[in-house]
Design a protein around this ligand. Sequence first.
Ligand SMILES: [Ca+2]
Ligand SMILES: [Ca+2]
Length: 215
Amino acid sequence: LKPELDGEEILALSVAGIVVLLAIAGGTIAARPRAAVPARNGPTLLIPFASDALHLDGELDEASWRDSARTGSLKANSGREATPYSDARFTWTSSALRIGLYAADQDIVSDDAFDVLVESGGAKHELVVNAKCAVHGVDGVKVACDSDGTLDVPGDMDEEWVVEMEVPFQTLGIVPSAGARVTITIRRCDVDGKHRRQPPDACGVFGPVDLVLSR
Ligand SMILES: [Ca+2]
Ligand SMILES: [Ca+2]
C-alpha cells in the first residue's frame, strides 16, 4: 500500500467531488419547478355566499363568518404552523369578496401587515392591509379593524388584531357568479417594535389556492 496519494490521484478525487456537488445542485434546481405547481391545477376552496348585511367593525361575529371558508393556520416555509398564528376566512356577495383576517400578535406595530394577492384572468391585484387598518394597492376596499392590544407600544403584552373587509369584484375584474374562481395568496410576516430579526416561522403563507364561488 502506498502511504500517500500522488498528484494524479488527488486530481481524480477532486474531479469526483465536483461531480457529486454538481449532481446535488442539479437536483435542487430541478426540484424548484415542482414546488411552484400552477394554482389552477392545485387546491381549491369553496366559498359560501353571504346573504346577511355586514356590520363593518372588525368583529367577525356575523352569521356568515361562522359559515365562512377558512384557511386554517398560515404555514411557515418549514411546513409548520406559522407563529404567531394567523388565518383568513372568505365569503362572497353579489358585489364583493369578503375577507376576514386574524392575527395573533404579542407586539402590534404599524408595520404588521397582511399581503393579499388576488389573481384573475391573468391580472394580478395585490393589496396590503396593516395593523393600522390602512389598505394599499386595490381601490374601493371597505375595511374595518379591531385590535386587542396597544399599537406601537413595546413592552406590554398585546394579543391580536383582526381585519374585516369587502373587496369589490368590479375592481378585481370579476363577474361574480357561482363557479367563478380567483386565485389567492395570503402572507403575513410578524414584526415587532424593535425590528428584531424574526424566527423563520414568523412568516406564514396560504396559497396560491383557487377560491371557487359557490351557493
Ligand atoms: Ca363585523
Ligand atoms: Ca407584531
